[in-house]
Design a protein around this ligand. Sequence first.
Ligand code: HEC
Length: 111
Amino acid sequence: VLPLLALVFTLSACGEKTAETSAAKPAEQAASAPATVIAAGGHPGQAIHDANCISCHDSGVYTRADRKMTNLEMLTGQVRRCDANLGTKLFDEDLDSVTAFLNETYYKFPK
Ligand code: HEC
């Protein structure tokens, strides 16, 4: 019985140690998670955009001299059209977030 008790004690001691170590580093973990870039001042739509929308064109299409979007409705429609070309269909709220990111960052159409 004694070696078994010792083993249980060792294991539980180990478990506590791990829990302490990970609890001590929430900031470090948060920094490595892309979603928390929001806290650093980025737009929530930016991460979604950067992960999905720069395979065919980069952000240069939003700022080029002959860009095609002239209002927010058009932009909303284009984001949806482009998303339809993507294999991974984004959720409505993600599309809204990406549209808001593009508008606030590049187009600046009145809402
Ligand atoms: C399958 C390829 C493809 C993907 C993926 C794609 N796009 Fe596009 N996108 C295009 C093409 C092609 C155009 C038109 C370029 C042109 O007119 O020269 C375009 C144009 C645009 C424009 C209009 C630019 C202007 O002229 O003002 C916006 C806005 C846009 N895309 C947003 C997005 C967003 C947001 C995503 C991610 C959800 C995305 N695109 C992903 C192909 C793609």
